[in-house]
Design a protein around this ligand. Structure first.
Ligand SMILES: [Zn+2]
Ligand SMILES: [Zn+2]
Length: 164
């Protein structure tokens, strides 16, 4: 595949976040078998329409000067784009603060992120078989779809299990 000179597809500022910063954690967790490619989008992915839910938290510092507002989520919507030459890209989606409605950047749990992203990439690249079910899916608080940017634009698909 020839390298493209196009700029990366534009993200919606403050609501969508490129996962490039987390690639170092993916390397630590899985070695160098996957490369990050900021050019990828749903249009160029060999597995379009894929997303995973990552555990993490959000902290809104806007609505209070004295006391910030933090909430935890097991459903941080993360799109994954993948090409069969072992390149990938992720986009993490903001959630809105309940108090002031500001969009807040997610802080993902790195171990959980690496586990879920590498698991998906290993499946799509044929490095592992699809599992039936790990049975380790934990129900968390109901997903607040109105405040999830991924839901607002229709890329956040709630899965019943995280087995694959
Ligand atoms: Zn707020
Ligand atoms: Zn959502």
């Amino acid at each position: 595949m020839s390298s493209s000179t196009l700029p990366p597809p534009k993200l919606v500022q403050g609501k969508e976040f490129d996962g490039a910063d987390l690639h170092a954690a993916v390397i630590r967790g899985s070695g160098h078998r996957y490369k990050y490619n900021q050019q990828l989008s749903n249009d160029t992915s060999d597995r379009p329409g894929q997303s995973r839910f990552i555990v993490g938290s959000f902290t809104c510092t806007r609505c209070s000067r004295t006391r910030s507002h933090t909430w935890h989520s097991g459903v941080i919507c993360t799109e994954i784009f993948f090409t069969l030459d072992d390149r990938y890209r992720t986009i993490l989606h903001a959630q809105q603060c309940r108090r002031c409605q500001a969009y807040v950047k997610p802080e993902v749990d790195e171990d959980n992120y690496v586990k879920k992203i590498v698991s998906a990439l290993d499946l799509w690249s044929g490095r592992r078989e699809r599992l039936e079910s790990t049975g380790d899916f934990k129900e968390t608080d109901p997903h607040d779809e109105e405040r999830c940017h991924g839901c607002q634009i229709g890329v956040c698909k709630r899965q019943r299990r995280t087995a694959w």
